[in-house]
Design a protein around this ligand. Structure first.
Ligand SMILES: NC(=O)C1=CN([C@@H]2O[C@H](COP(=O)(O)OP(=O)(O)OC[C@H]3O[C@@H](n4cnc5c(N)ncnc54)[C@H](O)[C@@H]3O)[C@@H](O)[C@H]2O)[C@@H](O)CC1
Ligand SMILES: Nc1ncnc2c1ncn2[C@@H]1O[C@H](COP(=O)(O)OP(=O)(O)O)[C@@H](O)[C@H]1O
Ligand SMILES: [K+]
Length: 479
């Protein structure tokens, strides 16, 4: 798993590292690594390093200091470097001196536009982990003029380091070079960060605040049959979804479970005939009470929010097995919290709200801090909460949080959530820890989206069919 640390934790670690390293050493490591990454970027995008023009946007703190020192290193490789100082009186003095000594130029912001126009690459050293709010107007005016690709120092300026939120002008980088450890912005604002490269500067950090699953974790967690397995032993999932009028949700959620694991999938609901027709391997019945034994239920898509849906939800919550409650099930819970009385508190529950369902569950919107929002809901409902969106946040009641950074936005298609609920249910039935089940499901869901899309719009049915390919590619990269 990749660890991600808040800026508060990074600062604490930097404080410890400062105490045991010579003055300036951490910045030297950071800026040297940065210069190597900028040179690589120049090579990749222009075919050469020497003779290219790099413009540094330099703010008033150490982030600007990193940019200035990196500029000095790049001078040694024959790069023409111009620093635009947003606040000349506060520019990092030693970095500025080093750049000038190496033959670099420093100009005030007023002279910036002409240099920006000629740049091959622009380096964003405006603000780093001490950032607050979006870009200030003087910086925003310069950033607006940039047409060359931007390499961001530590993080793209204007994006909140701890939440990834953007509420005004912000840098959109092609590449972000960060130091010591990943920060939340790198997982939560992929569009602004571009490619993220981590440079080791020797920070020592314990338990991360957030995590991101590696494909190794997903491959290790994904259930595959062993020699002693049969169709029951791998965990049977029950899908309670869809209706006679809207059978599509049932077909998608049940099909997703079929494609995700090898065991048995049961379906219960009014769309039994349609589901059977689409997926002959499913055992389909009309009601949850007739469904037979399952090791987990995935309930909600298309069941409606009336009394029948309520009864279905109450029934599955009372079965003593893990439940993934999605779509209409989250709305029912929001409107009738007493349905949760049917749940044995020891049985895992996964809730999968999008922003609108979150608002119903919590009485307020998730807001810009989606990690805190998911954590609060996980506490309130004593459940794993998978908060949907471009980035998906998965919070457990014990405080663990995983982020799924998407592979494009292909999942923004009708019925895509139904597919996810089938995946989560299948993994719960296989006995995965519910937080890991939700995080692994989100990971494979987004990979299936990218595979199904192949750079052109796809559909939820396309996602279902791409699930095996997604799992195959994850397993093949690790075995
Ligand atoms: N502390 C360390 O050990 C290391 C820090 N490093 C660098 O130092 C950075 C942190 O430096 P600092 O703490 O000096 O602060 P920053 O450089 O992040 O910010 C400097 C100042 O920018 C101003 N500012 C805040 N928000 C702004 C906004 N939205 N628009 C424009 N200006 C804004 C504030 O006055 C702030 O104090 C890291 O991001 C990293 O790049 C690296 O050199 C590695 C070592
Ligand atoms: N812009 C986006 N980028 C990436 N993923 C997205 C985006 N919009 C939605 N998604 C994902 O697509 C799925 C949509 O689920 P949901 O809102 O329940 O849709 P539906 O009800 O149509 O099935 C979620 O997994 C969500 O995280
Ligand atoms: K920056």
């Amino acid at each position: 798993m990749q660890g991600i640390w808040t800026t508060e934790r990074i600062r604490e670690a930097e404080g410890r590292a400062f105490a045991v390293t010579p003055e300036g050493e951490l910045m030297r490591r950071a800026s040297f690594g940065l210069s190597v990454q900028i040179a690589d970027f120049l090579e990749d995008h222009t075919g050469s390093v020497s003779g290219r023009r790099v413009v540094l946007l330099v703010g008033s703190g150490d982030n600007g200091g990193d940019a200035l020192w990196a500029g000095a290193f790049l001078r040694r490789r024959g790069v023409a470097v111009t620093a635009i100082l947003l606040n000349p009186a506060k520019a990092h003095a030693k970095g500025l001196q080093a750049l000038k000594r190496a033959g670099g130029r420093a100009v005030p912001a007023a002279d910036g536009p002409q240099w920006i126009a000629k740049a091959d690459v622009v380096v964003d050293g405006i603000v780093g982990i001490s950032a607050s709010g979006s870009l200030r107007p003087d910086a925003a005016r310069l950033v607006e003029l940039v047409e060359a690709p931007i390499v961001a120092v530590d993080l793209p300026s204007g994006v909140d380091p701890d939440t990834g939120a953007v509420d005004g002008p912000a840098v959109q980088a092609a590449k972000t070079v960060t130091f010591g450890a990943l920060k939340p912005v790198h997982a939560l604002a992929p569009v602004h960060c571009g490619e993220v490269v981590l440079v080791d500067i020797g920070l020592e950090l314990s338990d991360p605040d957030l995590r991101r699953l590696d494909i190794v974790d997903v491959a290790a967690a994904w259930p595959v049959p062993g020699p002693d397995d049969d169709k029951y032993s791998q965990g049977v999932v029950g899908i309670a979804a869809g209706s006679a009028t809207y059978p599509g949700a049932a077909v998608l959620a049940a099909g997703s479970a079929v494609r995700a694991t090898s065991g048995l999938v049961r379906y219960a609901g009014h769309a039994a005939d349609v589901v059977r027709g689409q997926w002959p391997e499913i055992i389909a019945t009309g009601t949850v009470a007739d469904a037979g034994r399952v090791q987990a239920w995935s309930v909600g898509p298309g069941i409606g929010t009336g009394s029948e849906g309520r009864d279905v939800l109450r029934y599955v919550l009372g079965q003593g097995v893990p439940v993934c409650a999605d779509a209409d099930a989250t709305t029912i819970i929001a409107k009738n919290p007493d349905v949760l009385d049917a749940r044995d508190p020891d049985t895992p529950l996964v809730l999968t709200p999008h922003a609108g369902e979150y608002e119903r569950l919590m009485g307020h919107k998730p807001g810009p801090d989606r990690v805190t929002a998911a954590r609060e809901a996980a506490k309130k409902y004593d459940a794993v909460v998978l908060l949907k969106g471009h980035c998906t946040v998965i919070a457990a009641p014990d405080g663990r949080v995983a982020i799924n950074t998407p592979r494009g936005a292909w999942l923004a298609t009708a019925g895509s959530g139904d597919v996810l609920s089938g995946l989560v249910g299948a993994l719960l039935a296989a006995g995965l820890d519910p937080w890991l089940a939700a995080a692994a499901a989100a990971n494979v869901h987004s990979l299936a989206g990218a595979i199904a899309a192949q750079n052109a719009p796809t559909s939820a049915s396309g996602l279902v069919h791409a699930i095996p390919e997604a799992i195959r590619s994850i397993r093949s990269l690790t075995s």
